[in-house]
Design a protein around this ligand. Structure first.
Ligand SMILES: Nc1ncnc2c1ncn2[C@@H]1O[C@H](COP(=O)(O)OP(=O)(O)OP(=O)(O)O)[C@@H](O)[C@H]1O
Ligand SMILES: Cc1ncsc1CCO
Ligand SMILES: [Mg+2]
Length: 274
């Protein structure tokens, strides 16, 4: 199902411009390289538009904002919209502060996004629902479960229609929704949330996949989530076999993305369409 998506990324090596937070910048650059794309992490307001307009995909992550990066983000997104380059927005910590919510409100009022990707608490906050975000982490009370899955799928399909963007929600059960169709992914391991930035990495990976597949955004976003989930499964297996911890898991996760091929993805993924 996702074979062509992966192949396009390795063939086209999409230039992926990420304006992200300094907590995870290096991991985001490395995951973009690992999947076969090229990262550029420029965040100076003076060059953000110029760099973005040369890219194939743009990743905007609000994890650690300041007035300079917000200005750079505005310039980069405007340039990407102008050039019709896909933009992925990671609303890190949405619901945690007024500054983040106001920044998001300004973005949604002015620009188009291809994908809005975050954890469930962030996407509930973006959708105006009650959210129990715990800083940049999802609140346990918001988790997608087998019991509330259908209700959440409907909510995120509606949010996708409202935003005019694919909505990609991560957690134990991931939901990647367009207004008509949602991919449900049940891969990955809880250890993924014990390493900082697995979500930030998934957003960067999503931007790279969208950059390589600009005419197939829903499938590109779903394939990125499935690849990250399968990588999480592989990394956990290796970590457990060797009796190791989260530091090794982080390295094995990167290894698994760099070694990911269509066969591994197809064989390992647990994906349903609703
Ligand atoms: N309990 C879990 N079981 C399986 N996979 C998980 C679990 N929690 C998170 N994941 C996976 O980890 C990755 C990151 O998801 P998460 O929801 O933790 O993102 P996030 O909160 O945005 O992360 P961060 O902001 O720390 O970068 C996704 O690929 C997701 O599927
Ligand atoms: C820990 C942290 N703080 C801001 S961004 C970030 C990385 C995970 O989103
Ligand atoms: Mg996040």
């Amino acid at each position: 199902m996702f074979e062509e998506i992966l192949q396009n990324v390795r063939l086209k090596k999409p230039l992926t411009h990420c304006i992200t937070n300094y907590i995870t910048t290096n991991d985001c650059a490395n995951i973009v390289l690992a999947c076969g794309a090229s990262p550029t992490m420029a965040e100076a307001e003076q060059e953000a538009a110029e760099i973005a307009s040369q890219a194939d995909g743009l990743d905007i992550n609000i994890g650690n904002l300041n007035s300079h990066t917000v200005l750079a983000m505005h310039r980069a997104i405007a340039a990407a919209n102008q050039a019709e380059i896909p933009v992925v927005l990671d609303p890190v910590g949405a619901g945690a502060s007024t500054y983040r919510m106001e920044t998001l409100r300004d973005f949604f009022a002015q620009y188009r996004f291809s994908v809005v990707r975050g954890n469930v608490s962030e996407l509930l906050a973006v959708g105006g629902a009650a959210s129990n975000t715990k800083g940049v982490d999802a609140g346990a009370a918001d988790a997608v479960t087998e019991e509330n899955l259908q209700e959440r799928v409907e909510f995120f399909k509606q949010l996708s229609a409202k935003l005019g963007a694919v909505v990609s929600v991560s957690g134990a059960i991931d939901i990647i929704a367009s207004p008509e169709r949602a991919y449900i992914c049940r891969n990955g391991h809880p250890m993924m949330s014990c390493v900082t930035g697995t979500g930030c990495m998934l957003s960067a990976l999503t931007a790279a996949y969208c950059g390589g597949n600009p005419d197939n955004i829903l499938e590109a976003a779903a394939a990125a989530t499935a690849a990250m989930g399968v990588a999480g499964d592989i990394a956990y297996q290796k970590t457990k076999e060797q009796g190791l911890g989260t530091g090794s898991f982080r390295v094995y996760l990167m290894d698994a993305i760099s070694l990911m091929d269509a066969e591994t993805l197809q064989g390992g993924m647990n994906v349903e369409i609703r």
